[in-house]
Design a protein around this ligand. Structure first.
Ligand code: CA
Length: 234
C-alpha cells in the first residue's frame, strides 16, 4: 500500500437491534463501504481504538453502556465523525453539544437510505479518507512532495525521507490515531516486516526535530498502546 492508494471508508455500526444492524450493514456494503457491527456498548471504545473507523453510527440506547457516555469517551482521543441514532428527540441538543460531542444525529425510525446519505455527506465534508499527496500544509508546517522537504514558517526542517513520509502519512488525517501497523502499511510498500519499535524510533526522532523547531506545540501525539496522531491545534 502506498500513500496514494485510497480504500473505501470503514463504518462502525453500533446498534443492539440485530435486524436493524444487519439492514444498515447491507445498505452500507451495497454502497461500497467497509463495515463493522457491534451490539454491546462496552465493546465500542476498544474497537474504535483497534480499528480506527472513518465514521461511527452510534445508537443512543445500548446494553452495557449509554451511547452518550461512549461518545464522550471517544472524544477524549479521537475526532472520528460520530452520527448518533436516537428515538429521543429531546436529547439532540445534548448529543451535538459539548456534553457529548457527536457530529450529527438521525432520529429513529429512519430509512437505511437516509443513513447512507448522511454517512456520505459527513465523509464528503471531511474530505477523502486517504488523500493523495498534495502540498501538505498545516498553519506554518509545509511538506513539499516533489522535493520531500519540510519547513516550519519558511525554516527548513532537516527530516530524513522516512521521517518526511511518516509526517505526511499522519497529516493526511489530522486528529486520527494511526496504529503502528497502519503506518507500516503506508510507509513500506514492499511488504517487508517492520517492528513497532522501528516506527517508535522514527517517531521519536521526528518529534525531537519538530519540537526543536516548534517548541510551543506538540504536533505529534502519542496515544499509549494505540499509536500516533498529528494534532495541529494542540
Ligand atoms: Ca438500542
Amino acid at each position: 500500500m502506498n500513500l496514494t492508494n485510497s480504500e473505501s471508508a470503514l463504518v462502525l455500526i453500533v446498534e443492539d437491534e440485530a435486524k436493524l444492524s444487519a439492514l444498515l450493514d447491507e445498505y452500507l456494503t451495497a454502497s461500497n463501504y467497509r463495515t463493522l457491527q457491534v451490539a454491546d456498548g462496552l465493546d465500542v471504545v476498544g474497537l474504535v481504538r483497534e480499528r480506527t473507523p472513518d465514521v461511527i453510527l452510534l445508537d443512543l440506547m445500548l446494553p452495557g453502556r449509554d451511547g452518550m457516555d461512549i461518545c464522550r469517551e471517544l472524544r477524549t482521543f479521537s475526532n472520528v465523525p460520530i452520527i448518533m441514532m436516537t428515538a429521543r428527540v429531546e436529547e439532540v441538543d445534548r448529543l451535538l453539544g459539548l456534553d457529548a460531542g457527536a457530529d450529527d444525529y438521525i432520529c429513529k425510525p429512519y430509512s437505511p437510505r437516509e443513513v447512507v446519505a448522511r454517512v456520505k455527506a459527513i465523509l464528503r465534508r471531511r474530505g477523502p479518507v486517504e488523500t493523495s499527496l498534495p502540498d501538505h500544509q498545516s498553519e506554518g508546517l509545509v511538506l513539499e512532495p516533489t522535493t520531500m522537504r519540510a519547513s516550519w514558517n519558511g525554516m527548513i526542517l532537516d527530516l530524513t525521507q522516512f521521517e518526511w513520509k511518516l509526517l505526511a502519512a499522519l497529516m493526511t488525517s489530522p486528529g486520527r490515531i494511526f496504529s503502528r501497523s497502519q503506518l507500516v502499511d503506508k510507509l513500506y510498500d514492499d511488504g517487508r516486516s517492520v517492528t513497532d519499535r522501528t516506527i517508535d524510533s522514527h517517531i521519536r526522532n521526528l518529534r525531537r526535530k519538530l519540537e526543536s523547531a516548534v517548541p510551543e506545540k506538540e504536533l505529534i501525539r502519542s496515544v499509549y498502546g494505540v499509536g500516533y496522531s498529528f494534532e495541529p491545534d494542540k
